[in-house]
Design a binder for this molecule. Structure first.
Ligand code: HEM
Length: 129
């Protein structure tokens, strides 16, 4: 049987716990039935949903037995790497707008409010006394 090609859209459509595909070394695997059996727990795999899990998988140093298990879960070759790189990481709540991480820090308001309080305090001390 010819190997299936998995598009970015198909991959994104399988990101729920009971319907979960993950991406390892450019191949897509259906891990839904394996989650319960994973010796490392299901949460670590669910956390890789919608991302390239290769780095996490290799960091753990999985055994050859673990790699053998993958063969039985293969869906196909991933064809959406470019889109995946530019896509925001999904939040695992289908239907909601994906959160885009805001890296700009707490912003000026968080800085100004304590400053204003301090100013008010000194003004009170100065004028109130
Ligand atoms: C379908 C993909 C995966 C398969 C088939 C798999 C399989 C296994 C197997 C068989 C073990 C037992 C030790 C070994 O034989 O190496 C294991 C352990 C472990 N796996 Fe995975 N794994 C997968 C994905 C992942 C991912 C994505 C992570 C993310 C971090 C992960 C984290 C771990 C951890 C932390 C352990 C160690 C558990 C322990 O010894 O306490 N695995 N995995």
């Amino acid at each position: 049987m010819a190997e299936k090609t998995v598009t970015f859209e198909e991959f994104q459509a399988h990101q729920q716990r009971e319907n979960l595909w993950i991406l390892l070394h450019g191949k897509v695997y259906d891990v839904a039935k394996f989650l319960d059996e994973h010796p490392g727990g299901e949460e670590v795999i669910v956390a890789e949903a919608g991302k390239d899990a290769t780095e996490s998988f290799e960091d753990v140093g999985h055994s050859d037995e673990a790699r053998d298990l993958l063969k039985g879960m293969l869906v196909g070759t991933f064809a959406g790497s470019e889109k995946l790189k530019s896509a925001p990481v999904p939040t695992h709540t289908p239907g909601s707008t994906p959160k885009v991480v805001n890296n700009s820090g707490p912003g000026t308001v968080a800085f100004l409010v304590p400053l204003a309080c301090l100013g008010a305090y000194f003004a009170y001390r100065y004028y109130g006394a």
